[in-house]
Design a protein. Structure first.
Length: 196
């Protein structure tokens, strides 16, 4: 009886492993065009595309990702946005990347943004400080929780893309120079950021 029970456990484990491998290949529905729809210019702002560096290309793999330099009323920032519909592993906690790149988190704050909240990080490395703002978005609401992003992505995948909203995307804003822009002013000048 014990041998039979162990065999069934091995069979069940094998089925679960096979199911998880197959499930990771199931598409989450259509890949959205929400990143490509972001405007390059408008009233009070202008932008242009930047190439992804080699590391970004490796990390984002098959995910749709854009990187743009924007200027909004004299304030410059870089937008990096990653849509996880084709590669859900590309949308992850940006803290891992920053820490892996040698940055220390000096301070974390929550910022209110249209439709939710974002995380403002103050980072330091080699005597230099910078700020980064990020949030996750399913097209309807914004939040700064990696776990919630994971849950929404799982729900989206389990429903085969039929659950409300899109696969979560990561939106990351960084200053171009050492001086960070006034983020609330950037948000007011660039409302398209919240259409992702």
């Amino acid at each position: 009886m014990r041998i039979l029970s162990r065999q069934w456990l091995w069979v069940a484990l094998g089925v679960m492993v096979l199911f998880s491998l197959l499930w990771s290949r199931v598409p989450t529905g259509r890949s959205s065009v929400r990143l490509q729809a972001l405007p390059l210019k408008g009233f009070g702002f202008v932008g242009h595309d930047l190439p992804l560096n080699q590391t970004e290309q490796q990390v984002y793999r098959e995910a749709e990702a854009i990187k743009r330099l924007y200027q909004a009323r004299g304030q410059r920032f870089i937008l990096t946005a990653i849509d996880g519909a084709r590669d859900r592993h590309a949308v992850h906690d940006p803290l891992y990347c920053f820490r892996g790149d040698g940055w220390q988190v000096v301070r974390q704050q929550t910022l209110a943004v249209p439709g939710g909240r974002a995380k403002l990080l103050t980072l330091a490395r080699s005597g230099r400080q910078t700020e980064v703002v990020f949030w996750f978005s399913d097209g309807r609401e914004r939040h700064d929780s990696v776990w919630r992003s994971w849950w929404l992505g799982l729900r989206h995948r389990l429903s085969l893309g039929q659950a409300g909203g899109h696969e979560p995307a990561l939106v990351l804003l960084q200053p171009v120079d050492n001086e960070a822009p006034a983020w609330n002013s950037v948000f007011a000048q660039c409302p398209f950021l919240f259409e992702i």
